[in-house]
Design a protein around this ligand. Structure first.
Ligand code: NAD
Length: 369
């Protein structure tokens, strides 16, 4: 039986609650002899600050580096609002992304038929939606320098951020998108603004060149990022894989995500380069949502985003695509039965708790194995 080392960082707020439901599923797979998951646990965010005075300890950084994959719940909350900027809970997550060079952020937007009416778009536009947004995560406007506010001495100030991309950064994110498309419907839409940005001109050139050299079998189209935003709400099912930079990806992934309803449903993956020795990628899997302090500790959190993130881990880190499919089918089965946590309740007469939803997904999985 293959064995995988998972480093689990439940974090703050609802993080530990939704993570507990994933641990049950991992334990089930281990008990069934399907795959062995060795779970080590660490602290991140406010939990790490309370224990060690930092948002992630050096020891936990080492363990994260050594793991086959990292699962993270969520970080943050009002309890740590007064903490110095460098020690704030989010810094732990940013450090993991930066130090492990997790440059590719994958956010699927899948519309489960049972939830199609929860979208703000008409059912026919999103029923059956299955797209993937690939966002560059470690470069671009959020990291380029100079990044500063200068006092101009005349009562005015100037704020500057720098959008900067080098060829290798565009190539490696492009490669992730093309490789993903090959396993899906074989189409990539690359988004930039080459009409007004030099980084956009380079982005387009590099993607076209990479496509020609290595991925000519994949359909490639280009959209200006603003037009892509419009198309996402106009006709989202035209997309298979969208690849874009850090800034546009930040905006477009939130638009794509909300096509499908609640934050509690949305998984994500952040991937690094493939290690030549092990063949594994550095990878961190986490729900899109935050620590939801308003519902933490009340048993109201929807664990599906976290469970879906574990599914992505099985698919993208461990090559266990069939097992990931079973998790997605189990989630669809539970939703089709009408079981809902409060966030996706809509007009349903009642809702179930975090633990009940986790158990329902586990039972549906058990029935399928
Ligand atoms: P949030 O995602 O925590 O919550 C937004 C709303 O969605 C809340 O009403 C919440 O109850 C609801 N919600 C979120 N996840 C849910 C789930 N699984 N089930 C049911 N409802 C859910 O965003 P926020 O309120 O803006 O931020 C709260 C804290 O989380 C802040 O400290 C923020 O910095 C942090 N945050 C962390 C991450 C992360 O860890 N990656 C991401 C976003 C926000």
């Amino acid at each position: 039986m293959a064995s995988y080392k998972l480093f689990v960082l439940p974090g703050d707020g609802i993080g530990p609650e939704v993570m507990a439901e994933v641990e049950k599923i991992a334990a089930f797979f281990t008990q069934q002899g399907i795959a062995k998951f060795e779970i080590e646990k660490g602290l991140v965010g406010g939990a790490a600050y309370d224990a060690h005075g930092v948002s992630i300890s050096e020891d936990d950084m080492k363990r994260a580096d050594a793991a086959d994959a990292i699962l993270l719940g969520a970080v943050g909350g009002p309890k740590w609002d007064g903490v110095p900027y460098d020690l704030r809970p989010e810094a732990g997550l940013l450090r993991l992304r930066k130090d492990l060079v997790l440059f590719a952020n994958l956010r699927p937007a899948i519309c489960y038929p049972a939830l199609a009416d929860a979208s703000s778009l008409k059912r026919e536009l999103i029923d059956g939606l299955d797209m993937m947004l690939v966002r560059e995560l470690t470069g671009g406007l959020y990291f380029g320098s100079p990044k500063e506010i200068t006092d101009l001495g005349n009562g005015q100030k100037r704020g500057v951020d720098t959008q900067s991309y080098e060829t290798y950064e565009i190539e490696r994110i492009g490669r992730v998108a093309f490789e993903l498309a090959r396993k899906r419907r074989n189409k990539v839409t690359s988004c930039e603004k080459h009409n007004v940005m030099k980084s956009g001109v380079l982005w387009r050139e590099v993607i076209i060149d990479l496509h020609k050299r290595e991925f000519a079998d994949v359909e490639l189209e280009h959209q200006l990022a603003d037009a892509c935003g419009m198309q996402l709400v106009r006709r989202p099912k035209q997309f298979d894989v969208i690849v874009t930079d850090n800034l546009f990806g930040d905006l477009l992934s939130d638009v794509a995500a909300m096509l499908t309803g609640s934050l509690g449903m949305l998984p994500s993956a952040s991937l690094g380069a493939i290690d030549a020795k092990t063949g594994l990628r550095k990878a961190l899997y986490e729900p899109v949502h935050g620590s939801a302090p308003d519902i933490a500790g009340k048993g109201l959190a929807n664990p599906i985003a976290m469970i879906g993130s574990f599914g992505m881990c099985l698919r993208y880190s461990f090559g266990l695509g069939e097992l990931a499919d079973k998790i997605e089918t189990a989630i669809a089965t539970v939703l089709a039965k009408g079981l809902r946590t409060a966030d996706i309740k809509g007009d349903a007469p009642s809702s179930i708790s975090t633990v009940q939803m986790g158990n329902a997904v586990l039972e549906a999985l058990r029935a399928s194995i």
